[in-house]
Design a protein around this ligand. Structure first.
Ligand SMILES: C[S@@+](CC[C@H](N)C(=O)[O-])C[C@H]1O[C@@H](n2cnc3c(N)ncnc32)[C@H](O)[C@@H]1O
Length: 311
């Protein structure tokens, strides 16, 4: 944070964060190799300042900050990735080993305390300030006035929807405690076109809507669970309505993109799901009754797949 204001020496960094000078020197040198900081010589000393990317994505106060995502990665993701070998051998997530929690539903383990749930919601929130507009405008969604964001979490994508499409209203549907936290900490009174409904999308009745958004939902679940959920949506959806799936699409032959390949491994260590190709999503949507299925790549991490319920 401080290096954003003026270049600092490793010694100044060590004083600011209460670290050893030797440790700070090695850390700053490695950060320079990673192109997170620029180096300058001042009065014969090496000074460090944030690169443009570090300022945009790593400082806490930046509107495109990934600070919370990094925090979540170090506190949760890395603990699960520690058991990657077991995850690969067993073909299942490693919550039990990483956190000592047995649960049928991994979201119960993920939301093991309000604090952990809050951190997860911050993680979900962070990325949409960077690429939310791209996924929401990948298709023209202006014909859809009543939108339901299933598993809408912190409401970041719902906000992108209401700002891109001035005539739509969005209902965020999520588990009860997530909705309560979202109301309290993420969605303000000013977001008048956003409302909430508490429930379990596998069990409870879904709100009627023209468009259902499933953003980073299907990648959490097995094919069977995805079809189960998509069938429930197809039933609730108005004729002529649609479902928008937002996910990191794998190439047809699985050859990339690297981010989606790594996310798929992350889904193995943490969830029941996987990342998929556009054809695999199209097959899931078709199995649930959706047709005229198209996909659009955004060129960023997340892409969009749209399928219609026939009139
Ligand atoms: C991976 S997060 C995605 C959040 C958000 N859609 C996004 O892209 O930022 C999955 C979301 O699904 C919600 N969820 C999980 N199981 C659910 C269920 N059975 N019923 C309703 N929501 C559920 C979680 O609480 C969480 O908000």
């Amino acid at each position: 944070q401080k290096a954003a204001e003026r270049p600092l020496t490793a010694e100044e960094v060590s004083r600011a964060v209460g670290a050893s000078v030797d440790g700070a020197e090695r850390l700053m040198a490695a950060c320079s190799g990673l192109q997170l900081v620029n180096t300058h010589q001042e009065h014969g000393q090496v000074c460090y300042s944030n690169t443009q990317q570090a300022s945009a994505f790593l400082t806490r106060s930046s509107p495109t900050s990934l600070y919370q995502a990094v925090q979540f990665s170090s506190g949760t993701n890395y603990l699960c990735w520690h058991y990657l070998t077991d995850a690969v051998r067993e073909g299942r997530n490693q919550y039990e080993k990483a956190f000592g929690i047995t649960s049928e539903d991994f979201f119960q383990a993920l939301y093991r305390s309000d604090e952990e749930m809050g951190k997860f919601m911050q993680l979900m929130n962070a990325i949409w300030n960077i690429c939310g507009k791209d996924v929401i405008t990948a298709f023209d969604l202006s014909p859809f006035k009543n939108i339901c964001d299933l598993g809408g979490c912190s409401g970041a994508l719902a906000k992108q929807c209401t700002s891109s499409y001035p005539e739509c209203n969005v209902i965020i549907f999520d588990l009860s405690k997530v909705v309560q936290m979202s109301r309290k900490h993420f969605v303000t009174e000013a977001d008048q076109r956003i409302s909430f409904q508490e429930g379990d999308f596998f069990k409870d009745s879904l709100p009627e809507a023209d468009l259902y958004i499933l953003s980073r939902i299907l990648h959490d679940w097995t094919d069977q669970r995805c079809i189960e959920l998509l069938r429930r949506i197809h039933k609730a959806c108005r004729s002529g309505g649609a479902v928008l799936v937002v996910e990191a699409l794998l190439n047809q032959d699985g050859s990339g993109p690297l981010t989606a390949q790594l996310y798929s491994l992350n889904m193995l260590v943490q969830t029941e799901g996987r990342e998929r190709t556009d054809a695999q999503y199209a097959a899931l949507l078709a199995a649930a009754g959706f047709s005229s299925i198209q996909h659009r790549r955004t060129g960023k991490i997340y892409d969009a797949v749209l399928g219609y319920k026939q009139e």
